[in-house]
Design a protein around this ligand. Structure first.
Ligand code: URA
Length: 428
């Protein structure tokens, strides 16, 4: 590998230039090894945020991050693989019912997930509320479970794209998370290294998402679909609404409970709609568009996979889920229709109640979170419960109330903004 100088690479991007393949390969490798310092990489990340990257640069950057670690190989499995990645939202528990649904249709789902940071929840935090459940699996355990059960949700090992692990932690504390080239390469380096055959991206748009604006979300989706396709992964993206939180719960154990309702054939209509839509995309991308994923929710086969998946990772699917020690009800201020429920307000309230963490070392409370008793368009009655706030520490209620203030409106039915859940589809 040709050696470069970190300052030369920073200046090239600072001055609005295009980085060469050789500069990109070197800077990622040298940063992973510790030869490029954090302050130099932060300056480069900021130059990328301000000046952008060409598609070819993003592609090379992604390849260099993949090359920093191991690549998994699922070719020995007897069934095709498909994975889903969501860019993160409030009440987004879709992975929990989705993985068993797709596995019940004959496609294996290797879902390597993360923990939540900030107002969006993490899939592993939710599953860890199940007594005994274990997030860490060896690669051999992961492969064996994929073959025997067809679905695994577990922690991504340290071996996958270590350059991204280091860079993401740095971006988090240097105001450089929201750069489309950096988000796209971060997500896709991990997904391509994971070795899935097909990938469906759920790119969230709205107040509770990274991308507040539909044009930015579309650009992010197009870049990620391009990266996946170029790497030989059949990739499609759905742009989905995150101005309103998903379902009726945001937290950990309460989101597991809602997912169980969906797996039992019930649950909120929007969670069912998105689960089935993403399942159809995953199955089509994996070459199995002959099966109907919706049936697995009513015939019990998705629930059977869920129970096997939880048991295989030492969880007890029959154990009672933890509950918060304290609860507080917020009532509707007027009679009418709930016309707006803001995802960011609900996400911040759940976070402040203890469902999420401020620093990555912080613990989360399994029972904490927010339950809302109406969705936009539903009737509400003055004085009747609108939200139930849950936490182990009552001192947290006040700041959670403050987050919800201004986050919802009660009015008349004609004031409800009609917003489709699935806004657009890209790729495929
Ligand atoms: N998720 C990731 O994995 N990386 C990002 O950069 C943003 C969200």
């Amino acid at each position: 590998m040709t050696a470069h100088d970190a300052v030369e690479v920073i200046l090239a991007k600072r001055n609005g230039g295009t980085l060469t393949d050789s500069q990109i390969d070197w800077v990622i490798d040298a940063y992973t090894r510790g030869d490029v310092a954090d302050e130099q990489m932060s300056a480069l990340a900021m130059a990328i945020l301000l000046n952008g990257m060409q598609r070819a640069e993003i592609s090379r950057w992604t390849a260099a991050m993949i090359a920093s670690g191991e690549r998994m190989d699922f070719s020995s499995l007897s069934r095709p693989t498909a994975d889903k990645h969501s860019t993160g939202g409030v009440g987004d528990k879709i992975t929990l019912p989705l993985a068993p649904v797709v596995a019940a249709c004959g496609v294996a789902v290797p879902q390597l997930s993360g923990r939540g940071l900030g107002h969006t929840g993490g899939t592993l935090d939710k599953l860890e509320s199940i007594p005994g459940w274990r997030a860490a699996l060896s690669n051999d355990e992961l492969l064996a479970q994929l073959e025997s059960i067809g679905a695994v949700i577990c922690a991504a090992g340290d071996g996958l794209a270590p350059a991204d692990k280091k860079l993401y932690a740095l971006r988090d504390v240097t105001g450089t998370v929201e750069a489309i080239p950096l988000i796209a390469s971060s997500i896709m380096s991990k997904k391509i290294a994971e070795g899935t055959g097909a990938l469906v991206l759920d790119v969230k748009v709205g107040s509770g998402a990274f991308m507040k604006d539909v044009d930015d979300a579309r650009e992010l989706a197009e870049v990620m679909v391009g990266l996946g396709t170029d790497a030989g992964v059949r990739t499609v993206a759905l742009l989905t609404d995150m101005s309103t939180p998903l379902g009726l719960t945001a937290g950990n154990a309460i989101e597991v409970a809602e997912s169980l309702d969906v797996l039992a054939g019930g649950g909120p209509a929007d969670v069912v709609e998105l689960t089935v839509a993403l399942a159809r995309e995953m199955l089509t991308a994996a070459g199995r568009d002959d099966v109907d994923p919706a049936e697995t929710l009513t015939d019990g086969t998705a629930m059977d996979v869920w129970r096997a998946m939880v048991r295989a990772q030492d969880g007890d699917p029959d154990a009672a889920l933890p509950t918060a020690r304290e609860s507080h009800v917020v009532t509707a201020p007027a009679t009418g229709v709930l016309t707006r429920l803001d995802a960011m307000a609900v996400g911040m309230a759940a976070w402040r109640l203890g469902a999420g963490r401020a620093r990555k070392e912080d613990p989360v409370q399994a029972g904490a979170g927010v339950v809302w008793h109406a969705r936009p368009g539903d009737p509400v009655t003055a004085g009747e419960p609108l939200f139930t706030l849950l936490t182990d520490e009552p001192t947290r209620f006040e700041r959670a109330f403050a987050s919800l203030e201004g986050g919802y409106d009660v009015g008349s039915a004609d004031e409800v903004a009609a917003q489709p859940l699935i806004i657009d589809r890209i790729g495929g």
